[in-house]
Design a protein around this ligand. Structure first.
Ligand code: C2E
Ligand code: CA
Ligand code: CA
Ligand code: CA
Length: 277
């Protein structure tokens, strides 16, 4: 038992070191990559559930590092948040997405691009000014931009966030609540914030139809959204039965592997052109 104990301990510290080293090397690599603009954006289409038309595209960050290979945002976003690089990274994604959306508009594709905003980026930086500057710089009409916020952003500093959200919304920028239902439990913020859409988290979508609890939750979120005159979108839709079930409930939009994976700019462009033909 003694031997085992020591062995376990040794293993534990070694794997911790590996994790810490990986984190540090990621942070250093990220600094360099940001300077070299090695981050790029892919776009996942969002569909109107009735017409099947593409109504939006979610901008998702990707990092292709020369030596480390493709690194998932699930890994680099938390590191970027911890070391503050998320501000620069977030601005880069926002700028690329707005520039791209403006080009699609000029080609006659009337959709909306949605961009994820991290807590750190919103609360420790002047998001209002950044968004206004990037909209001006790219010429994108504000109502073609949607910002995805998590519930944690809304509850951390409500007075400040309320002011920023409502000011941008008055100018036309749309807002959605990402991963809705997984965060804070109070719903009172929905009355005060100028939010336009709820995104039903994929953890609720995975087991419908079939899981009675998830069925009830999804239906409740759809009804909540509509009663508050908000739209709702389900994410992580992978199967036709999920899509059919969501349509029956009256969910407005869907996003997921069933209808479209995150796509490169070129692939998204092709999809948009094939749809408008
Ligand atoms: P998210 O905002 O909830 O984005 C949805 C994630 O689900 C994406 O993962 C997307 O590729 C994935 N997904 C889409 N459809 C399906 C499906 O049908 N099935 C399954 N299993 N997954 C699906 P991704 O691109 O790896 O991004 C992971 C997370 O990283 C995002 O979750 C978001 O929280 C964060 N993230 C990505 N890009 C950015 C960014 O530019 N800024 C910030 N702040 N966060 C970002
Ligand atoms: Ca999102
Ligand atoms: Ca989400
Ligand atoms: Ca998520």
């Amino acid at each position: 038992a003694k031997f085992n104990g020591r062995n376990t301990y040794k293993f534990y510290t070694e794997s911790m070191n590996v994790a810490v080293m990986r984190r540090m090397s990621l942070e250093n690599a990220m600094r360099l990559s940001l300077e070299r603009e090695d981050f790029f954006v892919v776009y996942q289409p969002q569909f109107d559930i009735k017409s099947g038309q593409i109504v939006g595209a979610e901008a998702l960050a990707r990092w292709h590092h020369a030596e480390l290979g493709i690194i998932s945002p699930a890994e680099f976003i938390p590191v970027a948040e911890e070391c503050g690089l998320i501000v620069t990274l977030g601005q880069s994604v926002l700028r690329q997405a707005c520039r791209q959306m403006q080009q699609w508009l000029l080609q006659g594709h009337y959709l909306r691009v949605s961009v994820n905003v991290s807590c750190v980026q919103f609360l420790r930086h002047n998001l209002l000014q950044t968004v206004i500057e990037i909209l001006e710089e790219t010429g994108l009409p504000p109502h073609h931009l949607e910002l995805e916020l998590t519930e944690s952003i809304l509850v951390t500093d409500p007075e400040y966030v309320l002011q920023v959200v409502n000011t941008l919304n008055q100018r036309g920028v749309q807002f959605s609540i990402d991963d809705f239902g997984t965060g804070y439990s109070s719903l009172s913020y929905l009355k005060r914030f100028a939010v336009d859409k709820l995104k039903i988290d994929q953890s609720f979508v995975r087991d419908i139809p079939g899981d009675a609890d998830d069925e009830v939750l999804v239906e409740a979120i759809v009804n909540l959204a509509h009663n508050l005159r908000l739209k709702c979108i389900a994410e992580g839709v992978e199967t036709q039965v999920q899509a059919d079930f969501l349509r029956q409930l009256g969910c407005d939009q869907i996003q997921g592997y069933l209808l479209g994976r995150p796509l490169s700019v070129d692939a998204m462009q092709q999809l948009l052109s094939s749809q408008s033909r």
